[in-house]
Design a protein around this ligand. Sequence first.
Ligand SMILES: NC(=O)c1ccc[n+]([C@@H]2O[C@H](COP(=O)([O-])OP(=O)(O)OC[C@H]3O[C@@H](n4cnc5c(N)ncnc54)[C@H](O)[C@@H]3O)[C@@H](O)[C@H]2O)c1
Length: 437
Amino acid sequence: MKITIIGLGYVGCVSAACLANAGHQIVGVDISPVKTDLINKGQSPIVEKDIDELVSRSVENGSLRATTDLSDALSESDVSLICVGTPSLANGSLDLKFIRNSVTEIAHALKNRSEYHVVTIRSTMLPGTLENVVLPLLEKESGKKVGEDFGLCVNPEFLREGTAIADYRNPPFTIIGSFDDQSAEPLKTIYQDLDSPLIQVKIREAEMIKYSCNIFHALKVGFANEIGVLCKEMDIDSHKVMDIFKQDKELNISPTYLTPGFAFGGSCLPKDLRAIRHRAKTLDVDIPILDAVLPSNQNQIERAYRMVEQAESKKVGLLGLSFKAGTDDLRESPIVQLAEKLLGKGYEISIYDSNVILANLLGANKQFIQQVIPHLAKLMSTDLNSVLECSDVLVISQKTEEFRQLQSSNQTHKIIDLVRISENTTQSDNTYQGICW
Ligand SMILES: NC(=O)c1ccc[n+]([C@@H]2O[C@H](COP(=O)([O-])OP(=O)(O)OC[C@H]3O[C@@H](n4cnc5c(N)ncnc54)[C@H](O)[C@@H]3O)[C@@H](O)[C@H]2O)c1
């Protein structure tokens, strides 16, 4: 394919060199003549393993050239990949001036073009930027219409400097957020040789996936460092601890605990966080990330409470009381906290949790139920229908088939879903509210 790459920094230069070597015809564009001259001489403007050879080989065989003239470059291409910088402004917000400038230039070049062209942003941009900034600017400045005259995609890059070429060739996935299917087609061709999954998503999803990845990486570094300083102060080898930690691919390095939903609870996580925070205090070690976890968890309980408030009825049925489905353990259950807050605010609540009822009947957790939460035990019912009858609002906190069926056929109640009870229900409306969707 004939591809224009705008911005020849780390992302643009690596993309240009790799795509040229994969047999595409690449014209690189940068406002810096130093960078374009270097490329035209067969030299890489960035330092990166293996890139010099790729650049010199592709310039030599004519598959890569560079220019400062964007309209010249665009006149011979089907797709443009924008890889300009998106730095921070002093207040932390995203500086979009390079995006705006390059998009305006592309729009002016599109004005005089009759062929369809796909504009693709590889730069990292906050969700909504493509639809609210890039698209209107392109249409206004070109006088052309997206979906008819040009296509539009966001295609974030996941390479790391230092291993950029290897990462480019083996990305975890290729994400394409496209205005329509036609826009995505040329990108699918460009990336068809890569061995990783190609995932087509909505534009905002693509923008957010990139942020979620980078923020998680940052969080992981901070987490490992806080564990590290704690270990050092306690004379423990942090590398040994984390090396073994990383061997757990079930719970640690795994999809577990990474699904948006309700607060955690139970007999271990809150207690162990408290103990480690206390130990850090006595050791005089700052652990701001670990310190933030319990308040963040508490916020999620508050959020659920506010959702109930907004449902505008005092009659609330809680479907699930233990801290997760499949257990009768009520210790530090966030739903118990929510129930207590609702009771304190004068709500009429009724509760259904088949496991807790069973535990009460069998005596398994009877002592806890009768001694610690007798005020809630009184509100429990063994009959789901009777809970439905005396409630206008239902709060689902456990992912069970019984509750999924109830939600899918519901016409009578306002539902507050803390667990995404059905994967098909992804959006909130008047009768259904998801806590994070
Ligand atoms: N560097 C990374 O490891 C990496 C990885 C993934 C994603 N990203 C994202 O990709 C984007 C680019 O990052 P980078 O590190 O390659 O940036 P960079 O600063 O190294 O390169 C950007 C280039 O764009 C050029 N440029 C600016 N305005 C231009 C214009 N109007 N026309 C043509 N060229 C123009 C600059 O001269 C510069 O050479 C950023 O949004 C970044 O967040 C970076």
